[in-house]
Design a protein around this ligand. Sequence first.
Ligand code: GLC
Length: 707
Amino acid sequence: MEKEQLRSLFESMTWLEKLGQLTQTTGQHYVADMPEEMVETGPEMDGIGLNPVTLPMVGSVLGVSGAEATNKIQHQNLSQNRLKIPLLFMHDAIHGYITIYPVPLGLSCSFDNSLLFDVAQATARELRAAGIHVNFSPMADLVRDARWGRVVESFGEDRLVSGGLGQAMIQGYQGLEQGKIGPHNVAACLKHFAAYGAPLAGKDYASVDVSMREFFASYAKPYEIALQANPKLVMSSFNSLNGEAVTASNYILTHVLREKFGFPGLVISDWGAVAELKNHGVAQSDRECAELALTAGVDIEMVSSTYLAYGPELLQADAELQEKVNAAVWKVLELKNEFGLFETPYADAEAEKMTIMQHNHLELAEQAALQSCVLLKNNGALPISVQAQKILLLGEFAQTQELLGAWQCKGRFEDTVSLLQGMKKEFPHAEVHACATLEECQNSWLEDVDMIVVTIGETWNRSGEGHSTVAADMPDKHKDLLRKVQGLGKPYAAVAFSGRPLALGDCIETMPALLWCWYPGTRGGSAIARLLSGAATPSGRLTMSFPRHAGNVPVYYNEPRSGRPACESSYSSRYQDCEIGPLFPFGHGLSYADITYSKVVLSANTITKSAPVQLQFCITNNSNYTCKEPVLLFMHDVAARMVRPDRELIAYRCIELKPYEQKTVIWEINWGQLCYLNASLEPVLEPGPVKLFLNGLDNEIGSIECC
Ligand code: GLC
């Protein structure tokens, strides 16, 4: 539709119709004969105060997908909406729609922006064919506490990684050829703004209290980076931040997000969060909820209808609020117009059939799973010898197809490759058996088994929204199983499935090898089998630290220094009943490949605001594996006026290396990357030495003098 037409449509709208465009509901209010499985609903799904007059005014629907279902609802909407304004359909496909990729915490271990771009692009293709316009992804919340159930949806504990991968997914979702969303793309919705990943004691939806310096230096930084990819929407977060309910915070949603970070798009609330302002105790009525949220800068109200109910009276005498509403409605209409919905409101069911689970998506899902798994320990037990004739897969995940993880969207277990299926394919000449318990195994089988793969971890529904745990602990039954297997004296390795880092207890000491697979998605079983057989090498690196003990949270690599750094003395920053540091630190991960780095050459030994420094080094793959090698560059500021972490990631890359290939890497560091925020929230860097580390937190490669 031409802009003039859109403008005249806008000007013909009543206030109630405008407020309807700022209201989002679920599909259950439409089309009475809609099959239940077509309409996903959320926590509280009693009526949200809509009625036959206001329902046709609603602007968007979430939780419905598939051309047939969305077309049914769109048709009903257009037949009843006075101005024939089409609906936007929004969904949560945070790691795939029907083709499911590893959970985001797993994907992040690839440190591979291009992989995340590809995953988002492929997901967008399936979503758009299924009639979806907006994807509530990526989640860029920084996380440090494995008790929080939603760490599974995050990109881990580092701000650059969370921001960089979030940025890559937004670009993959939106495409934005010539600045417009492409025909096979969707609008991205960056979430949850802000600092939702730092809830008190790891409890979901709990309050967040961080200093503004820590907020801007750490928690807000991932969103600030990801916003550079221009997501069309941002979702405000459930939590309160420093005493303000974010959904009602003009400071967070208007001053920080729009004025400081320059976000020009739409802000949508989280599910029911506007009406939940009453629970926060910052509003006493739905009318007050509507006024606070509209004033704060929440454009679209998700699954509550206070705007429709009280907006008209609130707007009567408030020109400023009218301006906010008009601006928001105009953005909604422009987004619908950008999708061409006024001309083409319906999805193409035939195109959908051709797009869903297409071969290259499944191939990508397998590649993503290969890069997401992290080899945490290996004393040589892996890869499994090709001579192995009898392989036993043991434990509750040995043959399950429930490998999709939280927010599996429309993924189907029946499409998912189990570990047993993957191993049978990967070891065609071996006998591969699966048993849930040792007791199930026949002794005769155990006597001459060549290799045991013990599956451990937590079930997929132990993490995700509303699934915080009091202790990020591996179940005792799995620790017992490992002890029993250890007692058999047979070669074994462990494969773990989880949505969070887990405290493993003392069984890690005796475990010969441990491959951490998170929830690996539709092709998880085949990817893991290839890693176990050595057909491919693990390459993932941890983006979230593993605690030694369930009580050892939060734990993260860039904790600020202490005046008494942890050491053997009890008079140091440590627990008396736990060893020092994480069990496995951020950036940890082993490979089968032999990869060497040459000495790093610095272009200069000093760095100034105007003169960056270049690092140059060669990286050589001395093996016949194809490698996707994450390369991480850390800094250590020897002395600063504010207390800084001992190590801070300043850059990362994923370098592809063919067998026996050598590549020269040139990396530029600028002054700004070394800065920290002072008490006035200004980026500063005092004169003095900064040490540089490559990959490991202890692999010093040089030092530069900051001037
Ligand atoms: C949920 C989640 C959010 C999701 C939204 C819509 O409560 O917090 O991440 O996008 O509701 O399903």
